[in-house]
Design a protein around this ligand. Structure first.
Ligand code: ATP
Length: 236
């Protein structure tokens, strides 16, 4: 398997009928870096993640995925992607373990009890909840299970749409820390969020979209106060 270490996004345009969701966005993502993609509702963040995941097709522009300087395409790209979208993609009638076992079987990755327990510890899913069917989970628990599902295949490109939704403050901060660990392990992490506190001091790259345009981009880590300032001056 070829871990992705670079994603180049060039002049991406996406229209839904007469609605322009992205108007020529260019961005470069690299291994071992966490990019926060910020912007108001409707700015185009989910659309951009959808295109990066290969599930949504752009009207114009190119996304190229690379591993050690070589272009990677098709199924080899999809195998490297872990995605946390708005829908949890988990089965309500199965327990956390059963949900993950199913995905492990589909992707041919380690689905042993020990491996799954380690993963569920990592995302902080309450041990007592693990053997209950997922439809009985709170929103935060479901979010943790969805995250475990996204991490199960050890993706080198992690696309997270509002990962902190439903988590309490401690849970959100703990997840922010986990994302930092994944980034330090060499993954390309892209986080769409409105929770600036959870990503404060953790990002390597901040990109702000406004009405489908990239209006701010900088490499670096920002404090919560600085992120709030940036957001207010650029997202509006
Ligand atoms: P939010 O923060 O609310 O999730 P977002 O920044 O993720 O917003 P998108 O969901 O990418 O924004 O939406 C960008 C624009 O594209 C919006 O104007 C939205 O109405 C439009 N749009 C998104 N998906 C579709 C679709 N499937 N059909 C039609 N229009 C869409």
């Amino acid at each position: 398997m070829a871990a992705l270490d670079q994603v180049q996004i060039k002049k991406l345009t996406k229209r839904y009928g007469s609605e322009r969701a992205l108007g020529g966005v260019s961005l470069e993502l690299t291994a071992g870096k966490m990019c926060a993609l910020l912007g108001h509702n409707g700015a185009g963040k989910t659309t951009l993640l959808g295109i990066l995941s290969t599930l949504v097709r752009q009207n114009d522009g190119v996304v190229s995925y690379r591993s050690n300087g070589n272009e990677v395409t098709g199924e080899a790209v999809r195998r490297e992607i872990g995605m946390l979208a708005h829908a949890s993609l988990c089965y309500g009638e199965l327990t956390a373990h059963e949900n993950l076992e199913l995905v492990a079987g589909l992707y041919g990755v380690d689905g042993s009890k020990a491996a799954l327990a380690t993963l569920l510890d990592r995302v902080g899913l309450d041990a007592k909840a693990r053997d209950r069917v997922a439809r009985t989970y709170s929103r935060g628990m479901l979010q943790r299970l969805a995250l475990a599902r996204a991490l199960l295949t050890r993706p080198s490109l992690l696309l997270l749409d509002e990962p902190f939704t439903g988590l309490d403050r401690d849970g959100a901060l703990a997840l922010g820390e986990q994302l930092g660990v994944l980034r330090d392990g060499g993954a390309i992490v892209v986080v769409v969020t409105h929770d600036l506190e959870a990503i404060a001091d953790r990002t390597d790259h901040v990109a702000i979209l406004r009405r489908g345009q990239l209006v701010f981009e900088d490499r670096g880590s920002y404090s919560y106060e600085k992120l709030k300032d940036l957001y207010h001056s650029h997202a509006n």
